[in-house]
Design a protein around this ligand. Structure first.
Ligand SMILES: [Zn+2]
Length: 83
């Protein structure tokens, strides 16, 4: 599988590239979103010019697609759950 999926924090405005929904949301700077990277050897045939293709998926779309758990490991500060 030559697709990489990871959560990133936007540094610039991204249009949600959600491909099977008509999502009109934008990912704004500072928002967390899912970045899908399709490498040229991938089978989705998106990376046709020999370079990786990046697709942005906004958080509501990701959660709708069952990828909401990607957002869970947020480590802000040093929150502990020690008892
Ligand atoms: Zn979206």
């Amino acid at each position: 599988m030559s697709t990489q999926t990871r959560v990133r924090t936007a540094r610039k405005l991204h249009r949600c590239d959600r491909w099977c929904d008509e999502c009109t949301r934008w990912v704004e700077p500072g928002d967390r979103y899912v970045e899908h990277t399709e490498f040229p050897s991938g089978d989705a045939a998106l990376a046709t010019n020999g370079r990786p293709v990046h697709l942005a998926e906004c958080r509501p779309c990701a959660e709708h697609s069952g990828r909401g758990d990607l957002f869970v490991p947020v480590t802000e500060g040093t929150e502990t759950h020690a008892q």
